[in-house]
Design a protein around this ligand. Sequence first.
Ligand code: R5P
Length: 263
Amino acid sequence: MDWGMKNRMSRIINPKTGHTVMLAVDHGYFQGPTTGLRKPGETIAPLVSYADAVMITRGVLRTSVDTGISKPIVLRVSGGTSVLKEDLSNEGITTSMKEAIRLNASAVALSIFVGAPNERQTLLSLSELVNQGEEYGIPVLAVTAVGREMVRDTRYLGLATRIAAELGAHMVKTYYCEDFEKVVEGCPVPIVIAGGKKIPEPDALKLAYNAVQAGAMGVDMGRNIFQSETPAAMIQAVRSIVQENYTPDEALELLKSLKSQEK
Ligand code: R5P
């Protein structure tokens, strides 16, 4: 890894803790105006200061995020399908590396769909993106998207994360599952977990805790933060677990006390 790539990685993953809290707000790229993100600028602005990085598309970045932002951008550069389609795997690269650099992205992100009809296409897109990233010193985050029919277990997630790493991804985002240490063990690059659908806050905090305990470098969390009644309190509670070693109970206490201020 050259200096530029290492420097970008260290902007995303705090070198002191080895952990990161990425705020995922890229959902609109196939879901449209997702609950909690209908006006992305209003959602994102109060949360940015508590995130280590923001995962976002170029369209929302350009239109809805202040250019003075100091947090690194993980630019979602894959797309091409929508929730209206049965098969979501028909994705390609949507944003050039030149554009990512012009937008001052610290990393680019693309989904792979292992086991889905367009598996090959998405894996070759990842490889192509890694080739471009290596050329310009831009790390690539591979997102292991899970099709409706895929089981989220160590076997499947272990397969998808390992393939992403083998093809050269510098970081991988996946889902938490039981025995998650096995997924981490089999993947030689740092892993972050997605939060998935909104669940009760204590459960989301436990999810973040369990993932970090199992060796994840942190979270790339969206809906469990921005669909919370008190998103700023929730991201701070998640942050306390990922960056400050809080237990889920301690984080819940923090959440309660912050909630009363935010409401
Ligand atoms: C998928 O739409 C995106 O990659 C999201 O960034 C990812 O699913 C993480 O967001 P959430 O925590 O809402 O699952």
